[in-house]
Ligand binder design. Structure first.
Ligand SMILES: C[S@@+](CC[C@H](N)C(=O)[O-])C[C@H]1O[C@@H](n2cnc3c(N)ncnc32)[C@H](O)[C@@H]1O
Length: 244
């Protein structure tokens, strides 16, 4: 189970103009700049679980990882809050953000659970459906053409994926089974020098569920990753070897 984060209102103002792809940035010398105010406002207006300080860290990592020239992959789209940051980083580097979700919600988001949002239930189906909210979020930010949304189960998507990835951000199901499947499905595709980010890593069980923490320990134990500074519950690891 994740630690509670503020959920804010859905973005209301649509901005129909898609933003053009920026040319790839030359070299890796300069530190990437932070998100523009409009992007940060869209992030904060979107429903989701990531607090601002972790969003800024995710964005900085995505900007660096995007320089490798490979897609940036997210497991756990929800309503697109964190996806926006990956999409803008991808746009600036001329790559694509890929985000995977079945859009039926995680265990803790189901009716009767702590993170359920009844506004996200499709009355025709009687189940959660975060896909419409995700589409509104990305459209309002003008980032549609920089995101490839895979709608389905993460292990199924990983099983057909073949391309190297510049970044893998794991923020999907938080059971041991789902988290492990995300790790073994996607991490093998992470390119040399690519970044593995894991959300909701809580060393103290009193703060949240164990599965993301176990992924973090597994990555460190593999000897294939070097840890970089993280923020809050967001851990950042750079691939330095071929294992996982
Ligand atoms: C914690 S939310 C993601 C939050 C999002 N990254 C954000 O910051 O706003 C987790 C999401 O993972 C999705 N999910 C859980 N298990 C999944 C699986 N096995 N395959 C695909 N999506 C899954 C849920 O539907 C849910 O939308």
């Amino acid at each position: 189970m994740t630690r509670p984060h503020a959920q804010s209102a859905r973005p209301s103002a649509a901005r129909p103009d898609p933003r053009p792809a920026a040319p790839p940035e030359p070299g890796a010398a300069a530190a990437p700049s932070g998100p523009e105010p409009g992007l940060l406002a869209a992030f904060e207006a979107a429903k989701g679980f990531m607090p601002r300080h972790e969003g800024l860290a995710l964005y900085a990592a995505a900007r660096r990882a995007a320089r490798l020239g490979h897609p940036l992959l997210e497991v756990g789209t929800y309503c697109g809050r964190s996806t926006l940051l990956l999409a803008d980083a991808a746009r600036r580097a001329g790559v694509t953000a890929v985000t995977v979700d079945h859009h039926r919600g995680s265990e803790e988001q189901q009716p009767g659970w702590e993170y359920h949002d009844r506004e996200l239930v499709d009355p025709a189906v009687g189940r959660m459906d975060t896909l419409p909210a995700f589409r509104r979020t990305v459209h309002a930010a003008g980032l549609e053409e920089h995101v490839l949304a895979l709608v389905g189960r993460s292990p199924q998507a990983a099983a057909v994926w073949r391309a190297p990835l510049g970044l893998v951000f794991i923020d999907g199901g938080h059971t041991e089974e789902h988290a492990r499947a995300d790790y073994v499905g996607w991490v093998p595709h992470l390119a040399d020098g690519g970044l593995l980010l894991i959300h909701d890593v809580f060393p103290d069980p009193a703060d949240g569920g164990r599965a993301p923490f176990h992924l973090y320990l597994r990555a460190l134990a593999s000897g294939a990753f070097a840890e970089e500074p993280g923020t809050g519950s967001l851990r950042v690891l750079r691939r330095t070897g071929r294992g996982w």
